[in-house]
Ligand binder design. Structure first.
Ligand code: BJW
Ligand code: ZN
Length: 290
């Protein structure tokens, strides 16, 4: 189909109401209105620190002190952030009693590349407000955090690999206050390995529990089977430049599913879209899903 994507909200709602297997793939733009910088494009604040060159095991091996200070800074930002209207709109789609806009019995899963844990927080908030409940299994099906969580701490010892979510800050005393240096772009101190976060089980050096380049995202088999069977794919606030997420929309379209993109800007992959809603997703998605 070579026609330009539509921005007809009524037509989108009709498609939404008749879809049975819906997935949303989200990226950093979903959390932009929560004050978390994106990686690329307008407002990409981590760019000063080249977040992408820091997101590798090679960078961590080269300087765990530098990488830990960068992630400590980002943990601080994430700890202060609150979910925005777009997180809440997506969370509402996962609660059967609350989603008048989609067909009864239809399935919805949010697959997020974000590590800020704002989507699970939004789900808990919406559940608390509506008095609805979901089992742990239903929550597991509703939300896939494919790149992990910035609050997860993972042991680097091959024999251990212990993973634990720890929201304490700082994770080790030596990191206290270094977020100011990172924010200012100042030269950070070289913290000895023994003073960096350590595994609480075996004492080995720990690493941030996020998926770096060259690593395999979480739950990829589940994601690929959802992509294979989806009849509607919402693409929210992602530049669609990082694989495997970058090709999900195309894959949905190839087997006849519809694709709706919600982004503040155009992206290279807009050609994969049936619907394109240009604007902040905290506005457009709320309107489309309310
Ligand atoms: C708004 C908005 C508002 C702003 N409203 N919109 C060549 C070909 C194919 C693959 C490769 C290749 N070379 C290397 C690879 C593999 C590599 C890759 O894709 N590299 C590319 C750069 C080419 N991928 C991997 O290594 C991945 N693993 C992998 O492929 O394993 C193999 C495998 C997979 C599956 C099955 C079997 C095997 C792992 C990638 C992990 C990336 N992780 C990071 C870092 C996480 C940790 C951390 O946070 O520090 O994840 S990288 C970074 O990019 C982060 C993001 O999640 C990810 C995607 O970025 P995202 O979310 O799209 O953000 P932005 O900033 O790019 O875009 C924001 C968008 O929002 C913009 O479009 C704005 O316009 C918009 N926006 N405000 C709506 N208010
Ligand atoms: Zn360990």
């Amino acid at each position: 189909d070579i026609s330009a994507p539509s921005n007809d909200m009524a037509a989108f709602r009709t498609v939404l109401a008749s879809s049975r297997r819906i997935i949303a793939i989200a990226g950093a733009g979903l959390s932009a209105a929560s004050g978390i910088p994106t990686f690329r494009g307008a407002g990409g604040m981590w760019r000063k620190h080249d977040a992408l060159s820091l997101a590798t095991m090679a960078a961590f091996r080269d300087s765990p002190s530098r990488i830990w200070q960068f992630y400590h800074y980002r943990r601080e930002t994430a700890l202060e952030a609150h979910p925005n209207a777009a997180h809440h709109a997506l969370a509402e789609l996962t609660i059967p009693t609350f989603r008048e806009k989609i067909a009864p019995g239809s399935a919805f899963t949010l697959v997020t590349q974000n590590v800020d844990a704002l989507s699970p927080t939004a789900l808990e908030t919406v559940l608390a407000h509506t008095g609805a409940t979901l089992s742990d299994e239903e929550k597991h099906v509703a939300l896939i955090e494919m790149d992990g969580r910035i609050f997860d701490v993972v042991c680097t010892a091959y024999e251990c690999k212990h993973r634990e979510e720890i929201r304490d800050s700082p994770l080790s005393p030596a990191l206290a206050g270094t977020e100011e240096l990172v924010a200012a772009g100042a030269k950070e101190p070289d913290i000895p390995h023994e003073d960096l976060p350590r595994c609480r089980k075996c004492g080995a050096l720990a690493r941030p529990g996020v998926v770096w380049f060259g690593e395999i995202p979480h739950r990829v088999d589940e994601i690929l089977s959802l992509v294979d069977s989806a009849d509607l794919c919402l693409v929210v606030g992602t530049s669609s430049t990082v694989h495997p997420a970058a090709r999900f929309a195309r894959q949905v379209r190839e087997h006849g599913g519809k694709v709706a993109v919600f982004n503040i800007d155009r992206t290279k992959r807009d050609t994969d879209a049936d619907f394109l809603f240009l604007g902040p997703c905290e506005m457009s998605l709320t309107e489309a899903l309310s």
